[in-house]
Ligand binder design. Structure first.
Ligand SMILES: Cc1ncc(COP(=O)(O)O)c(C=O)c1O
Length: 471
């Protein structure tokens, strides 16, 4: 056991009375009978003597961060207890000065757009390639080069890799191009915390970590693909292209001043597992996944997206085979059948696919259970009992015209003189983020113009069972 968790447990047993936060005083509440929550309370403390400070670490938290950096093979790591969300906000704020310009993938998570809004930034977009399967492909490195060549005000490049569906872009090429232009590359690797940890998966499927491919900052949600509590994440960085003090200040800006020791203990335990059992667990995971893909090849109507479908196409340099993208007549139909008839809760669905997320903790028959369930669903489709109507166009193929910055559209009055030039009607300006969550990628962002085609697509998405949020 490492020092972090050990110290928390020691403290919970010590004869020191907690005249400090939190108000539960580490004891069971009156109605609790020794349940899971009452146990957790024993190690829920604040920054008391000997327990360091996440915002200025020089003790056990500092040591844990160094251990994280060592395990991930990166120069520096900062632990996040507010998810990748706060890491993305901090990374963008650190690299792009208020009012500056960012070159960003249009399929970015909402947190990146929030950073653009808060900083009053100008965003120049990179549109991902589109796969025939109706998902986003990778970012074209040449598009990055062209954008940087034609706009020397750009201060950083931001891409998401892997995407929610597991698509990995060519980070090596993109980082080289960014560096040739003297700007840092930030990679939203929220879905890729596991990528740098299994060389065999990297070799076979291109599942490479962004920092190892030249990214300056990579933000990873530990909780998405590794065994760690929800909200835990890390921001890895290389001090070469980054103003370190500014980055740390920005991370502190978006992190709570009361970081949870429960969450940090979860990170510590996750690191224990990676160090002591990681290799064996990844090897077993790889075997289970490969067996699953092999058996799923005989499905008739449901198609499991494979690396072979994507390799060498659409600027994709790798695919996370742990993301089981099951393409079907109706994503919602498959999701509902798996849940209600087969007892499998998947991660999300899109119009034509349902996504099951896996990790190396899916052992003990989890893959067999999923396979059996999917085979049952496949029979339903093969019988013709579940058919989708006409599918709406893939939302990623929409390229709305942007007529003003996000922060102007969100924060300023848009009537009166100067509200619009003659080329558009201001009543068509989007004043919200329009997105489904998951995946949290806006179809429309503030300052873009609605068109008939876009409105039809949004309506068709809602009709196809996708709940759209307007925020
Ligand atoms: C691509 C991407 N980036 C960032 C995030 C935010 O991650 P977190 O939930 O850890 O805050 C998500 C969440 O789903 C995501 O999909």
């Amino acid at each position: 056991m490492s020092r972090f968790v050990e110290k928390l447990i020691e403290n919970s047993r010590a004869d020191i009375y907690p005249m400090h936060m939190p108000g539960h005083k580490r004891v069971a509440l009156p109605f609790e009978e020794n349940d899971a929550i009452s146990h957790i309370r024993a190690i829920d403390i604040t920054e008391i003597e000997g327990f360091d400070n996440l915002h200025a670490p020089e003790g056990i938290i500092g040591e844990l961060q160094e251990r994280i950096a060592g395990i991930f093979g990166v120069p520096k790591s900062l632990m996040l207890v507010n998810g990748s969300t706060c890491g993305v906000l901090a990374a963008i704020s650190a690299c792009v000065r208020p009012g500056g310009t960012i070159l960003m993938a249009r399929n970015s998570h909402i947190s990146a757009y929030n950073a653009v809004n808060v900083g009053g930034l100008k965003s120049v977009y990179l549109y991902p390639e589109i796969c025939e399967e109706g998902i986003n492909g990778g970012i074209d490195p040449e598009a990055v080069r062209q954008a940087l060549d034609s706009d020397d005000t750009i201060q950083a490049v931001f891409v998401t890799s892997p995407t929610y569906e597991g698509v990995i872009s060519d980070i090596e090429k993109i980082s080289n191009i960014a560096h040739d232009h003297g700007v840092p590359l930030i990679v939203d690797e929220a879905h890729g915390a596991h990528l740098s940890l299994c060389p065999s998966l990297e070799e076979k499927y291109g599942m490479a970590g962004a920092m190892q491919r030249g990214a300056d900052i990579a933000v990873q949600s530990l909780h998405k693909t590794l065994p760690s509590f929800t909200q835990t994440a890390v921001l890895h960085y290389s001090p070469r292209q980054i103003d370190e003090d500014r980055l740390r200040r920005c991370v502190s800006t978006y992190q709570t001043t009361s970081p949870s020791y429960i969450l940090m203990a979860g990170v510590d335990r996750c690191m224990d597992v990676l160090e002591k059992k990681g290799e064996a667990l990844f090897a077993e995971y790889e075997r289970n996944l490969e067996a699953f893909y092999e058996k799923a090849a005989s499905l008739e109507k449901i198609k499991l997206l494979r690396w072979e479908d994507l390799k060498g196409k659409h600027c994709i340099s790798g695919f996370d085979i742990g993301k089981l993208v099951m393409i079907a007549a109706s994503g919602k139909g498959l999701y509902e059948t798996l849940l209600r008839e087969q007892g499998i809760q998947t991660e999300m669905y899109g119009i034509n696919y349902c996504l099951a997320m896996t990790s190396f903790m899916d052992n003990g028959g989890a893959f067999d259970r999923l396979l059996k369930a999917v085979e049952e669903c496949d029979k339903i489709y093969a019988d013709g009992r579940d058919k989708a109507g006409e599918l709406p166009p893939f939302a990623g193929s929409i390229r709305p015209r942007s007529v003003m910055t996000i922060s102007r559209a969100l924060n300023e009055e848009l009537s009166g003189p100067g509200a619009s030039d003659e080329s558009y009607d201001p009543t068509f300006i989007c004043r919200n983020f329009v997105f489904a969550c998951p995946p949290g990628v806006p179809v429309m962002v503030p300052g873009e113009l609605f068109t008939e085609e876009i409105l039809d697509t949004l309506e068709a998405m809602s009709a196809g069972g996708i709940r759209m949020l307007y925020r």
